[in-house]
Design a protein around this ligand. Structure first.
Ligand code: CO8
Length: 251
């Protein structure tokens, strides 16, 4: 299971060489039978599983198809005895700008709750091999949550972490409220979740917390689903898609 203390240690260490390494890795990535990700094995002994999110036009927004493909790639790497560790990365501009808002826009509370919407996202945190997030650019909402599900986060100089769901009338739903608290401390985590403000890798602070996540995550998922029963959640996502400011009515 992913631990945040380890993630934290590295979250505060952006490296300029990382940007070079990411660029180099991207250049030699090969495609494979995937639409939304590039999957490869790297290193002299091909023992590093490499997954690159590949929806550049949508800033690597995490649509359902992408997350299903990632689950399949992780299953394959976990079963592959040649692979010792896995790297998940995006582009210089975006690790991932969150769950796909256009996919969520018209969902109802009943669909989310009854269908256990996005429950398969947790796969990253259950992989038995070490998973490293190599982050540059936007890591927002579900993108920030995806990075925090990994065991270690390497952040480039352009990395920006944030949980901007509040600006869409919803809340984090994939562990953000729980893992961010452990990663940067309660005060900064609450500020980020309540304002939607982003922080750079340098601003991320290390925390001493390491508590059981299961209960908090279960509660968070239900509260996330519950926001789909509100008018403001619908308005927030519709406003994003229509490229206008949301007109929230507190209902
Ligand atoms: N979903 C869908 N499309 C997106 C997303 C997204 N999250 N982010 C960006 N895009 C698309 C834009 O719509 C745009 O597409 P188009 O050109 O077709 O209009 C394209 O990517 C480029 O985006 P912008 O033009 O907006 O680029 P900017 O450089 O102006 O802005 C930002 C970049 C600041 C990243 C801006 O795109 C933004 O604010 N994006 C939304 C960020 C956000 O709110 N993320 C949170 C989403 S909600 C979430 O993640 C909940 C997770 C819950 C998981 C639950 C599991 C159970």
């Amino acid at each position: 299971m992913a631990t945040f203390c380890r993630s934290l240690t590295l979250l505060g260490r952006p490296t300029s060489s990382l940007v070079y390494r990411l660029t180099a890795a991207r250049q030699c990535s090969s495609g494979g039978p995937y639409e939304y990700i590039l999957v490869d094995k790297k290193g002299e002994n091909k023992n590093v599983g490499f997954i690159q999110l590949n929806r550049p036009k949508a800033l690597n927004a995490l649509c359902d198809g992408l997350m299903k493909e990632m689950g399949k790639a992780l299953d394959d790497f976990e079963a592959d005895s040649q692979v010792g560790a896995i790297v998940i990365t995006g582009s210089d501009r975006a690790f991932a700008a969150g769950a796909d808002i256009k996919e969520m826009q018209n969902r109802t509370f009943q669909e989310c709750y009854g269908g256990n919407f996005l429950s398969h996202w947790n796969r990253v945190s259950t992989v038995k091999k070490p998973v490293i997030a190599a982050v540059n650019g936007y890591a927002l909402g579900g993108g920030c949550e995806l990075a925090m599900m990994c065991d270690i986060i390497y952040a480039g100089e352009k990395a920006q972490f944030g949980q901007p769901e509040i600006l869409l009338g919803t809340i984090p739903g994939a562990g953000g409220t729980q893992r961010l608290t452990r990663a940067v401390g309660k005060s900064l985590a609450m500020e980020m979740v309540l304002t939607g403000d982003r922080i750079s890798a340098q601003e991320a602070k290390q925390s001493a917390f390491e508590l059981t996540l299961a209960e908090g995550n279960r509660l968070e998922k239900r509260l996330f689903h519950a926001t789909f029963a509100t008018e403001d959640r619908k308005e927030g996502m519709t406003a994003f898609v229509e490229k206008r400011k949301a007109n929230f009515q507190d209902q």
